[in-house]
Ligand binder design. Structure first.
Ligand code: AMP
Ligand code: MG
Length: 495
């Protein structure tokens, strides 16, 4: 049956060669129930939000109603997981329903996560407990509001089914939206099989979808690689600037589009710690906060390796082209990081001494375990006394005395800006959030929903995180760091 309330599907990935995916229908949920619809995103994509909340719309979100035009597929990929090579992975608990074109002409994947088994499920059930669905909804939407490229949450529905994990848990499905779900691991899958035709087709697809300018380059594959490297450098610099720790930076969790994907054991840190690790499965701290840029570089080296056959017919020339591409990463990352940190501190142009100023602040934060988010927010308020209401973050957060000399130095540096670039100081209030999805808040919300079927705290938190830069005294509780007994030490990938 044709649903008239969905945008038209146009499934370009399903038109790629058959060995890129397996056709697979979602497995119906016994008793679907609406959790939430993302109205703004729905409207942007051309879905009728009211329909998504209707019986048929909820059936759609749970995988019980496949609208005409959708062609559900599970895509195949490979990847390095914690550095170890897995030659075959794939959508084991996700299904790509198809692609829609939004009003702005952009193409988006519509994917169900938790909709049942696929040929790539291996031992898994293809289902998702409610907790990870809520977690992904909250954090991916918070990331979007913070301006980070990310997959999005269009809707969530509970399935009415119990999924067996360490304990029986309620099941749910997330409707995920992405510019595409093509991963470094997708390229690696075909490269490992020496399937050059597939690589050519995949790269052409990625270029058309994400980097159309690369088509006009002397070597389009190399140009695409350059674009991906630049996008990832920017993305990871943005994570660092927000204190976001991804937690599973496996090559199958890195998208060529440069969007953040896979909100498993991720976390925003509270007090600053370069060694912070939250993921329960990251025992050696491979994906610790300060390792993220290095790991991104390593992942991109794997992508480069996989693309070598397309970089040049001549093996030596291919290698030197790949080397040049990957060697650009450290500088691209440093530049992006520098831009972000300057913006956070209200600085525009680069001056001698800025690097030390930034470094010294991070050292102080580390030494005194100061809350990362609140530190920058208070600096923004100090720099903009007129713009902030009386009720502000300074009423409940202050720096340890050891910061005084640093703050004086920064104030002096800022005064040079004040004379020339007042806008960069005002901008501090737009780049330093008050509200982030703190671990203890996310845990609290999941607990209420999973144990007491109370979704009100979930809705409150999602609404609040949609406006992360505006402090409101009434919601001060959500801006506070966790009390010692609220600190969440470990997060779980929720498979
Ligand atoms: P992740 O660690 O979430 O990126 O998942 C790694 C791989 O395990 C992917 O190929 C997933 O499709 C698969 N996987 C994770 N959870 C499940 C599940 N519950 N059922 C089937 N496959 C899963
Ligand atoms: Mg994954």
């Amino acid at each position: 049956m044709r649903a008239t309330n969905t945008p038209r599907f146009d499934n370009s990935y399903a038109r790629l060669p058959e060995h890129f995916y397996t056709r697979q229908d979602p497995q119906p949920a016994p008793a679907p129930k609406l959790i939430r619809v993302n109205h703004a995103l729905a409207s942007h994509l051309g879905f009728d939000p009211g329909w998504l909340e209707s019986g048929q719309g909820v059936d759609f979100s749970a995988g019980n109603f496949v609208p005409s035009g959708a062609e559900p597929i599970a895509s195949v990929y490979a990847g390095h997981q914690f550095g170890g090579w897995s030659p075959q992975l794939g959508d084991g608990r996700a299904l790509l329903l198809g692609e829609v074109i939004a009003g702005d002409g952009a193409r988006y994947d519509i994917q169900l996560k938790g909709s049942g088994r696929t040929p790539y499920s291996r031992g898994g059930d293809g289902r998702s407990p409610l907790g990870p669905v809520l977690r992904e909804y909250i954090i991916s939407e918070a990331m979007a509001a913070l301006g980070v490229p990310t997959t999005r949450a269009l809707a969530a529905a509970s399935t009415g089914e119990i999924v067996a994990r360490d304990e029986p848990l309620p099941g749910a499905v997330l409707v995920r939206v992405a510019k595409s779900h093509i991963r470094i691991g997708t390229v690696q899958y075909f490269a490992a099989r020496k399937d050059k035709d597939a690589l050519v087709a995949l790269v052409a697809h990625v270029i058309e979808r994400h980097y159309p300018d690369a088509a006009h380059a002397g070597n389009p594959a190399r140009a695409m690689l350059d674009y991906v490297i630049a996008a990832q450098a920017k993305l990871v610099a943005t994570w660092q600037s927000l204190g976001f720790i991804h937690g599973v930076m496996n090559t199958d969790n890195m998208l060529l589009s440069g969007e953040t994907i896979d909100y498993g054991p991720c976390a925003f840190m509270d007090s600053f710690d370069v060694n912070a690790v939250y993921s329960s499965i990251d025992r050696d701290g491979r994906y610790a906060y300060s390792n993220q840029p290095t790991i991104a570089h390593w992942n991109l080296a794997q992508l480069t390796q996989a693309l070598l056959p397309l970089l040049d017919e001549n093996e030596e020339k291919a290698l030197s082209s790949g080397q040049a591409a990957i060697d650009a990463f450290p500088k691209l990352y440093m530049e992006a990081n520098n831009t972000n940190m300057h913006a956070k501190l209200g600085l525009t142009n680069n001056q001698a001494g800025d690097e030390a100023l930034i470094q010294n602040l991070l050292e102080l934060l580390q030494a005194h375990s100061v809350d990362y988010t609140l530190c920058f927010r208070v600096l923004a308020e100090l720099a903009n006394p007129e713009q902030v209401p009386k009720e502000n973050v300074r009423t409940f957060f202050s720096f340890p005395g050891a910061f005084t000399p640093w703050i004086e130095r920064w104030s002096q540096r800022l005064n040079e800006e004040r004379n020339n670039h007042a806008a960069s100081i005002e901008n501090m209030l737009k780049v330093n959030p008050v509200y982030i999805p703190r671990n203890h808040l996310v845990a609290e919300v999941i607990e209420s929903a999973s144990r007491f079927q109370d979704f009100k705290p979930f809705h409150t938190l999602v609404d609040l995180l949609g406006k992360p830069y505006r402090f409101d005294k009434k919601t001060q509780r959500f801006a506070l760091p966790p009390k010692p007994d609220q600190v969440v030490q470990k997060t779980f990938c929720g498979t």
